[in-house]
Design a protein around this ligand. Structure first.
Ligand code: ATP
Length: 133
């Protein structure tokens, strides 16, 4: 069946550029898998874990939502931020988690709850994905 070209790109950098045997992404409507020669697809992604297999090895990444496009055996994931499990700074994610939890606990009207919830979800997911490395 061959492989599928995977590119994971953020505004700062290309985080992954690889030939993958399989990719699994956190779609807004649930997790979905993509194999080589997949039909064209465009999907919105949510905050969560992405995984791909290359050379018999599974690699895990954090992505902060974005879009996945599959076309002509090339999958491009565009995300606001993305980090490989090994590159996640767990102390930073822990601090972000505590900050978000405090904001959500205050019930202060100046706190944007949706924003704090999204920050909390990023931090919790980063900590989970870092534990998979
Ligand atoms: P923080 O409050 O710690 O900045 P955040 O969730 O608001 O966290 P993002 O806006 O998602 O951060 O990301 C900003 C930049 O910092 C991106 O380049 C992202 O890859 C990087 N980044 C954020 N948190 C971490 C982390 N824990 N480890 C490694 N890189 C991180």
């Amino acid at each position: 069946m061959g492989t599928l070209r995977l590119e994971v790109v953020t505004p700062d950098s290309t985080v992954v550029s690889a030939e993958a045997d399989m990719v699994v992404c956190p779609g807004v409507e649930g997790e979905f898998g993509v194999l080589p020669q997949h039909v064209s697809l465009l999907s919105a992604l949510k905050i969560g874990a992405m995984r791909y297999r290359a050379g018999g090895k599974d690699e895990y990444l954090f992505i902060s939502g974005g879009f996945a496009d599959v076309n002509n055996n090339v999958m491009t994931v565009l995300a606001e931020s993305a980090e490989r499990a090994a590159d996640i700074d767990t102390a930073r994610a822990q601090a972000a988690r505590e900050r978000a939890e405090k904001r959500l606990a205050t019930r202060d009207e100046a706190v944007n709850a949706l924003r704090a919830e999204a920050a909390l979800a990023r931090a919790v997911n980063r900590l989970h994905i870092a534990s998979l490395r």
